[in-house]
Write a protein that binds this ligand. Structure first.
Ligand code: SAH
Length: 221
């Protein structure tokens, strides 16, 4: 059995299925450009293009390809946009944002995941700014952002993050308890926001509130 062949075949099948499910060409091109197999644990290499989330250690997951594609499409990223991502995880979504020409800041509370993501992203020639820490309060140092993407489930709309959006900026965030709707929040003025929630439901690991030291001492389970 030739694993490399299986991976290439399944990548083609995945792209076709994403297209059937309404994903636009620009996002398909970014997914085609980024090797997801580099972001999954080596033992799961042969499953790189299954349309499922996969474990990446520390109780976290690399998101399902359809979810990444859907969120990226909702985010409407343009070349040169300043994008903040909360939840670097494997770095796969970060790479997709870079492939679309965005300038990316990405935060994760788990140092090991961030460091691993940094190594892979550098090898692939992407240069986002990765930050280790609690993303609860966003990253004010580089605000305002054209786009914010949260890749962990929030229990309510994180308005503290929305306030780091530029006017006409957009945030995509899964909101809910056991499963989530995808919320798209657009900042229409200094004090007004438009809110849209998808009928489709998704399943994310929780957006947790903690400082980095607490996260490090509970990691490795
Ligand atoms: N985009 C990632 C998804 C990773 S899962 C991928 O495709 O691989 C969600 C990530 O959010 C986890 O790595 C978790 O550590 C991180 N996370 C959860 N709560 C956080 C918080 N408060 N601050 C920063 N990162 C957080």
């Amino acid at each position: 059995m030739n694993h490399r062949f299986i991976v290439e075949e399944s990548k083609r099948e995945l792209l076709a299925s994403l297209q059937r499910r309404g994903i636009e060409q620009k996002v398909l091109d970014a997914i085609a450009a980024v090797p997801r197999e580099c972001f999954v644990p080596p033992s799961l290499y042969h499953r790189s293009y299954e349309d499922t989330s996969l474990p990446i250690g520390h109780g976290q997951t690399i998101s399902q390809p359809y979810t990444v594609a859907y969120m990226t499409q909702q985010l409407d990223v343009r070349r040169g946009h300043r994008v903040l991502e909360i939840g670097t995880g494997s770095g796969y979504q970060t790479a997709i944002l870079c492939a679309l020409g965005a300038q990316v800041w990405s935060i994760d509370r788990i140092a090991e995941l961030s460091k691993q993501a940094q190594t892979i992203l550098t090898e692939l020639g992407y240069s986002p700014s990765l930050i280790i820490g609690d993303g609860w309060n966003g990253y004010p140092d580089a605000a305002p952002y054209d786009r914010i993407i949260v890749t962990a489930a929030a229990q309510e709309i994180p308005m503290n993050l929305a306030r780091q959006l530029a006017i006409r900026g957009k945030m995509v965030v899964p909101v809910g308890e056991s499963d989530q709707s995808m919320y798209v929040i657009t900042r229409v003025s200094d004090s007004e926001y438009d809110v849209y929630a998808s009928a489709q439901r998704f399943r994310f690991v929780p957006f947790v509130r903690s400082d980095t030291s607490a996260a490090n001492s509970s990691a490795g389970q």
